[in-house]
Design a protein around this ligand. Structure first.
Ligand code: HEC
Ligand code: HEC
Ligand code: HEC
Ligand code: HEC
Ligand code: HEC
Length: 391
């Protein structure tokens, strides 16, 4: 097996947008490397209070990882937190900045000289990445460790993309970040760990794919009105497809192609149109399974091709918290083509089955994080499967 990478830029397929909301070229309002001002709690409206008028969106949202981003609802987040030095010395749950930004004691979680740990009885912490949090991001400060959201504290006013429509509350359509997808970048851009090593990047620096944004891919338009008072046929999906949920909605952004290049050699191409690497989180592992089907029977299965990131520190393999370098990255890169070459004497009429699957937490980390007994976390998940007829 041979694996090489090509840049999609050379071969990028021309495509056109049919959605006029999006103007990705425009910059988002950003405060560059400003002096860090201390965190200050903002009062956010409760998720429950949106349910009455936005029932469909509310139901989608409560299935999403934004609603489940807390240590109480996400066992993987909880396990990594419990392995963090701040958990052991009971100092500060700094993850709050992105995982529970609406906490009323955010100052104790984030500011210097303070101290606070997650508290299940605090209602504001269970609100996770709430409706109001996401609809009140006024601007984003750019920082080396991680960007930071600056929230509006105007009561019952939510940013959106349309002119004022609701008499129930105010809406504000003057914030471009809600049309070009940049409003995700306060939490999703990048993250540097305590060793000053950047462990994860999904920052959108795409210059090729000018029509897709975080929002078009991760909040596709689906059937149903946006509120009980709306005559719209469709709304932005709030179930946020990703590695945990609804991943089938993202499958179209990754395509396969198969080509016979010699009598006993063929090539599989994995074409990634996303603006970020696939399964970029260091805990994940993805696998490609290829089998040959002849006359309806599986006659050969190639060794699985594993794709993952392996990080280290001075002492060897390390998790996100302590890593200082990456020694292997075999994942499919952003806007690129991964080419896998295999040898087999393919006959006309044979079928080649390609399966791209993944694990949320790779085997060796399951043990380290005490997640071996969690079947949901352990499960093999399918991303995409396709069959090719050899002619
Ligand atoms: C009493 C009814 C009611 C409640 C409660 C309510 N909304 Fe709305 N909201 C509406 C209506 C009506 C519209 C306009 C029509 C539509 O978009 O469906 C709207 C529109 C919006 C929009 C779209 C703005 C745009 O420019 O596209 C956002 C965002 C929004 N609401 C957020 C919220 C959030 C967050 C909550 C809870 C904290 C909430 N709403 C609670 C009735 C309500
Ligand atoms: C700058 C924002 C930010 C901070 C601070 C942050 N996270 Fe996250 N975290 C994210 C985002 C965004 C994701 C989703 C990315 C993904 O799934 O690839 C995420 C995902 C995770 C996941 C994967 C969860 C899963 O279910 O697969 C773990 C584990 C995690 N974070 C742990 C932590 C811990 C522990 C801390 C604090 C020590 C922390 N994070 C601080 C933004 C942040
Ligand atoms: C062209 C479509 C496309 C665009 C644009 C896109 N994504 Fe994705 N995203 C995908 C696909 C496909 C997956 C599923 C594979 C995976 O999990 O990496 C995914 C997965 C993810 C995941 C889950 C990763 C994990 O392993 O937990 C996060 C988080 C994410 N995207 C955030 C973003 C953000 C933030 C942006 C904007 C900067 C963005 N995406 C832009 C297609 C896209
Ligand atoms: C992770 C961020 C995020 C969260 C959490 C979130 N939204 Fe949104 N929402 C968006 C974005 C982005 C859009 C698309 C641009 C826009 O209309 O503002 C949107 C659109 C909307 C719209 C307009 C829908 C349409 O199709 O016209 C409404 C209404 C809305 N959200 C309400 C809610 C409610 C209610 C909740 C909680 C149940 C919620 N949002 C949670 C980011 C979020
Ligand atoms: C306030 C911070 C915040 C904002 C803003 C935000 N996210 Fe997230 N997002 C998170 C955190 C934290 C997680 C990880 C939750 C977990 O796994 O515990 C996450 C997870 C995700 C996932 C992974 C879901 C999965 O199944 O693995 C996707 C996809 C995603 N976000 C997309 C978006 C998009 C698109 C936007 C902008 C419209 C956005 N997010 C805005 C904090 C945020």
């Amino acid at each position: 097996m041979k694996l090489i990478y090509l840049l999609l830029a050379i071969i990028m397929l021309a495509a056109c947008s049919n959605n006029s909301y999006y103007d990705k070229g425009k910059e988002f309002s950003i405060v560059e490397d400003s002096v860090t001002t201390p965190f200050k709690a903002v009062k956010f409206e409760k998720n429950e209070s949106c349910k009455e008028c936005h029932p469909i969106i509310y139901d989608e949202y409560t299935e999403s990882m934004h609603y489940k981003a807390t240590v109480f609802r996400d066992p993987i987040h909880n396990a990594v937190w419990e392995a963090h030095p701040n958990y052991k010395n009971k100092s500060q749950y700094k993850c709050a900045q992105c995982h529970i930004p609406g906490a009323d004691n955010i100052e104790d979680f984030m500011n210097e000289g303070k101290q606070a740990m997650p508290d299940e009885n605090n209602f504001t912490q269970n609100e996770a990445v709430s409706c109001a949090v996401c609809h009140k991001i006024a601007s984003i400060e750019k920082h080396r460790q991680a960007n930071r959201n600056i929230y509006s504290n105007k009561k019952e006013e939510y940013y959106g993309i349309r002119e004022q429509l609701s008499i129930a509350h105010l809406t504000n359509s003057n914030n471009k970040m809600y049309s070009n997808g940049k409003m995700c970048m306060g939490c999703h851009s990048h993250r540097e760990n305590i060793k000053k090593y950047v462990v994860c990047v999904t920052e959108d620096t795409s210059k090729i794919n000018s029509y897709e944004t975080c929002i078009t891919c991760h909040m596709p338009q689906v059937k149903g009105p946006s509120s009980t008072n709306s005559s719209q046929q469709k709304h932005f999906f709030h179930g946020f497809p990703g590695a945990h949920n609804n991943i089938n909605m993202l499958a179209k952004h990754v395509t396969f192609s198969v080509k016979k290049i010699a009598s006993n050699e063929f090539e599989l191409r994995i074409i990634n149109k996303s603006s970020h690497d696939l399964f970029p989180h260091p805990l994940r592992k993805s696998v490609i399974k290829i089998s040959i089907i002849r006359k309806g029977k599986a006659v050969y299965q190639f060794d699985e091709i594993e794709m993952e990131r392996i990080m280290k520190d001075e002492n060897g393999i390390a998790g996100c918290t302590l890593a200082t370098k990456e020694t292997l990255s075999s994942i499919v890169k952003r806007e690129s083509i991964s080419v896998i070459t295999e040898h087999y004497d393919l006959k006309n009429g044979d079928e080649l089955e390609v399966e791209y699957g993944y694990y949320l937490v790779k085997g060796e980390m399951l043990k380290t994080l005490n997640l071996e007994n969690n079947d949901k976390v352990k499960a093999y998940r399918m991303f995409k499967k396709e069959c090719f007829l050899i002619k």
